[in-house]
Design a protein around this ligand. Structure first.
Ligand SMILES: C[S@@+](CC[C@H](N)C(=O)[O-])C[C@H]1O[C@@H](n2cnc3c(N)ncnc32)[C@H](O)[C@@H]1O
Ligand SMILES: [Zn+2]
Length: 185
């Protein structure tokens, strides 16, 4: 089975998501409904050192997802490559047993585009930014690292388990008051 771009999808990903035309290029869409906290897909790929991102740059850099203190995950053409950012996301990234997962942060209906807030995976030691065209009422227009979010949004994301601990570890002590929660699966 292949997605609409002709790229192979992993077995469980095939049941849960499909890649298709989105508001912003290609995006990832739910093939079935998800309850808040449910795992949508494992984000698969090869783990690379941050230096490679800055050497290659461009789309490669933009499509990698932070994996650890010094590393990123290159999802290549797997489903994790197609997840767009939204300032009003319905999903988030979690790391469990050294693997990255995309999980529903709110109920998601079949057919809906699945998005996460890229700032939840941009550490404060990272300077990558993106102009946002999500079109949401709460759009921040420029997406920056986690520490650049308002204190209220930072606390809300942490309280909802939407921020991996390796991202929180990049923040200045005291920037977030809420205790980190393990992502629900
Ligand atoms: C992981 S890819 C997502 C798939 C992408 N839409 C595509 O067709 O290749 C990340 C890239 O998509 C674009 N993108 C994702 N969300 C965006 C947003 N809210 N506003 C503007 N561009 C976005 C940016 O170019 C970003 O570097
Ligand atoms: Zn936005």
């Amino acid at each position: 089975m292949q997605n609409r771009n002709g790229s192979p999808l992993g077995a469980s990903a095939e049941r849960n998501v499909v890649v298709g035309r989105a508001r912003i290029g290609q995006g990832l869409f739910a093939k079935r409904a998800f309850r808040a906290g449910q795992t949508i897909i494992q984000i698969r790929g090869r783990v690379v050192h941050w230096k490679l991102l800055w050497e290659i740059g461009g789309d490669f850099q933009a499509n990698c997802i932070r994996f650890g203190p010094e590393t990123y995950l290159d999802p290549s053409a797997s489903p994790g490559r197609w997840i767009n950012h939204s300032c009003e996301p319905n999903a988030a990234i979690g790391k469990v047993n050294n693997q990255l997962f995309l999980f529903a942060a709110a109920p998601i209906r079949a057919g809906a585009e699945i998005t996460f807030d890229y700032s939840t995976t941009i550490g404060d030691d990272d300077v990558w930014t993106m102009r946002c065209k999500c079109g949401g009422a709460a759009c921040r227009k420029r997406i920056r690292n986690f520490g650049a979010l308002t204190p209220a949004l930072r606390e809300s994301y942490v309280e909802r388990g939407m921020v991996p601990t390796f991202i929180l570890a990049t923040l200045e002590p005291g920037l977030v008051a809420t205790r980190a929660r393990t992502p629900r699966r």
